[in-house]
Ligand binder design. Structure first.
Ligand code: HSE
Length: 291
């Protein structure tokens, strides 16, 4: 039996829509796999009642097919589905790493990324790698059509998850189809600033580079309380705030000594908007690991 813990992730980081992602130290999914004649899936943990156990419909079923690795799979969900924290990606990433080990497939972490992305496609319709890449490789990842580049980074963050649901499909429908040259130039500048910040593990540069004139404003409309929470986080010391993935979670980057205050301010501001929420005081961290 093999057990793997794969972390939650935050995709986009504002300026890197469908490209950037980071692994978070917590929350995480834990998966146990055991060889079997045919695949069966058992799910416990947060939001497990909403996740199908039929291998045809579950994100890990596609990973089993890709690796030709039938197994009995137990998934303990720590990452809430539809949270914007890469819930399906964490399960797909954990399954890819675990089944590769269970069946001695000998694939590298980089080779497992597109395999886990096929699992993502079952849920979102598209094989995005911007959540599975950081969940498998850790740190900050840049996922493009040419492959994935990963950078070790150590950045304190708060991920604040409100008790509202935003589906990835809905959040993709509001993304503008075109951008002006001015917006493009601003976005490229911010994405470059953010990347430099990750290489230096500099929260100030990362926070500045998270600004996004294009996708985030459209998606913020889907999240009750977004403006108030974002402003409260900044007043408490956040250096950048954005929608995490497709939402509804918000991601705030800060210095370590402000993290507790930022988390408290975000929770208070959501409460003022009548929304229950929970905040993870966490950091950019390593990827999936065998337990
Ligand atoms: N980049 C994706 C999005 C992440 O924002 O829609 C969620 O799958």
């Amino acid at each position: 039996m093999i057990t793997v813990r794969a972390p939650a992730t935050s995709a986009n980081l504002g300026s890197g829509f469908d490209v950037f992602g980071v692994a978070l130290d917590r929350p995480a999914d834990v998966i146990r796999v055991e060889r079997a004649e045919r695949t069966t899936i058992e799910i416990t943990g947060v939001g497990s009642q909403y996740i199908p156990t039929d291998p045809e419909k579950n994100t890990v079923g596609a990973v089993v097919d890709e690796l030709d690795a039938p197994a009995h799979i137990e998934i303990d969900k720590g990452v809430r589905p539809a949270s914007g924290l890469g819930s399906s990606a964490a399960s797909a990433a954990a399954a890819a790493v675990a089944l590769n080990e269970l069946y001695d497939r000998g694939l590298s972490r980089e080779e497992l990324v597109p395999i886990a992305a096929e699992g993502e496609a079952v849920v979102s319709g598209v094989a995005h790698a911007d959540n599975v890449a950081p969940s498998i490789l850790g740190g900050f990842t840049i996922a493009t059509a040419d492959g994935v580049h990963a950078v070790d980074a150590d950045i304190p963050v708060v991920a604040c998850l409100p008790e509202i649901a935003v589906s990835t499909r809905d959040a993709r429908e509001v993304v503008p189809e075109t951008a002006s040259m001015e917006q493009l130039v601003e976005t490229v500048g911010n994405a470059a600033t953010l990347t430099a910040g990750m290489y230096r593990s500099d929260p100030e540069l990362v926070g500045r580079g998270m600004a996004d004139p294009l996708v985030t404003p459209a998606r913020a409309e889907l999240i009750t309380g977004y403006e108030g929470v974002s402003q409260a986080a900044r007043e408490a010391g956040a250096l950048g705030v954005t929608v995490s993935g497709a939402g509804p979670s918000l991601l705030a980057v800060c210095h370590e000594h402000h993290r507790r205050d930022v988390a408290a301010a975000m929770l208070d501001a959501f409460a003022d908007a009548g929304v229950d929420a929970r905040a993870y005081q966490t950091r950019v961290s390593r990827g999936a690991r065998l337990l």
